[in-house]
Design a protein around this ligand. Structure first.
Ligand SMILES: Cc1cc2nc3c(=O)[nH]c(=O)nc-3n(C[C@H](O)[C@H](O)[C@H](O)COP(=O)(O)O)c2cc1C
Length: 311
């Protein structure tokens, strides 16, 4: 039957479209500010100036947005993951935990957003389990900065990842690898002599084709790997090499020389490379807490920036 898809599979496929993240705001008739996180924002028309955002019929604020004469769209910057999480919650007092100001027509504007658009409600279009809210832009502003990105259910940050990768890639001694997860297990290489475990990696090629080489090598063994985000960039002080490690999802059986290990029950003594052990221990901790970060530094010092929230 047409349209009888597995909803989760369809949601995952839609999630392959990388977007920014916005918070859509308005006021109830009594003046109470309301808002929700949305990545369904799209610019529609320049003349007249129109935009749209889709609101789920299940949203607590649906009726309020359908009836409000004005609303605003705030485009979040890479530092506003917490704001995204707050406005994606059903917490009744979201605005008490966010810095904001009244804008044109008293619509709430979230401080430090990358851009905002205040709108009059042009039209509401019924669309399946959502309502398309079309707004006529009456005022807007924007500032410099990097956007908060959203891809396959994870936040990402263009501003952080790209310069790091480029800086490290300029160095001749770099390795690129991937923490490849299959549920709670990760795929590791086993040294045939010492039984030491290492994260699968390839030498970084001139054009950065290392990761593709690794994925192709896995495919040749019947494994399918999909990379979803940059996980760690560090300098291994012992070897002097830079490491660029991505995170990905892998399926299939481990080929000879590789095996899956449960991240909650790792034989840490066999992960003999201190930098990789430190990275994997962080991964294990973050897996338990359901959030991931990006690491810059070496195996001893450095900082972690949170980039994602899983479920
Ligand atoms: C990154 C992200 C994007 C989202 N995009 C939308 C969206 O486009 N439309 C929508 O209705 N809900 C979206 N949501 C979910 C809402 O933010 C969430 O359901 C929220 O509780 C709605 O607020 P309300 O129930 O107070 O109205 C998104 C959530 C996240 C984390």
């Amino acid at each position: 039957m047409a349209g009888a898809f597995d909803t989760q599979a369809l949601r995952n496929a839609f999630g392959a479209f990388a977007t920014g993240v916005t918070v859509v705001t308005t006021r109830e008739e009594n003046g109470t500010p309301r808002g929700f996180t949305a990545n369904s924002f799209t610019s529609v028309s320049l003349n007249p100036p129109l935009l749209l955002v889709c609101i789920a019929k299940s949203a607590a604020s649906l009726k309020i947005f359908e009836n409000a004469p004005h609303f605003a769209v705030n485009i979040l910057s890479e530092d506003q993951k917490a704001i995204s999480g707050l406005f994606a919650s059903r917490q009744p007092d979201k605005f008490e935990h966010a810095a904001w100001k009244p804008g044109p027509d008293a619509v709430p504007l979230i401080d430090a957003s990358l851009a905002w658009f205040s709108c009059t409600r042009e039209q509401c279009v019924d669309a399946g389990d959502h309502v398309i809210l079309i707004g006529h832009v009456t005022d807007f502003d924007t500032r410099a900065g990097n956007p908060l990105g959203y891809f396959r259910g994870n936040y990402f940050s263009l501003g952080l990842d790209q310069p790091l990768v480029e800086a490290v890639a300029r160095d001749t001694k770099s390795v690129i690898g991937a923490i490849l997860a299959r549920g709670t297990e990760i795929l590791l290489d086993i040294d045939p002599q010492t039984a030491a475990l290492t994260v699968p990696n390839a030498q970084f090629g001139e054009k950065g084709e290392g990761l593709d080489t690794l994925i192709a090598a896995l495919a040749a063994c019947g494994m399918r790997a999909e990379i979803d985000f940059l996980y760690s960039v560090y300098r291994n002080r012992a070897s002097g090499a830079n490491g660029i490690y991505y995170h990905g999802i892998v399926s299939g059986d481990a080929p000879a020389g590789r095996a899956f290990f449960d991240i909650n029950n790792m034989p840490w003594e066999r992960v003999t490379d201190a930098a990789q052990r430190s990275m994997l221990q962080r991964y294990s901790g973050e897996y338990a807490h359901g959030s991931f970060g990006i690491y810059e530094g070496d195996e001893d010092t450095g900082r972690v920036r949170k980039i994602g929230n899983q479920g």
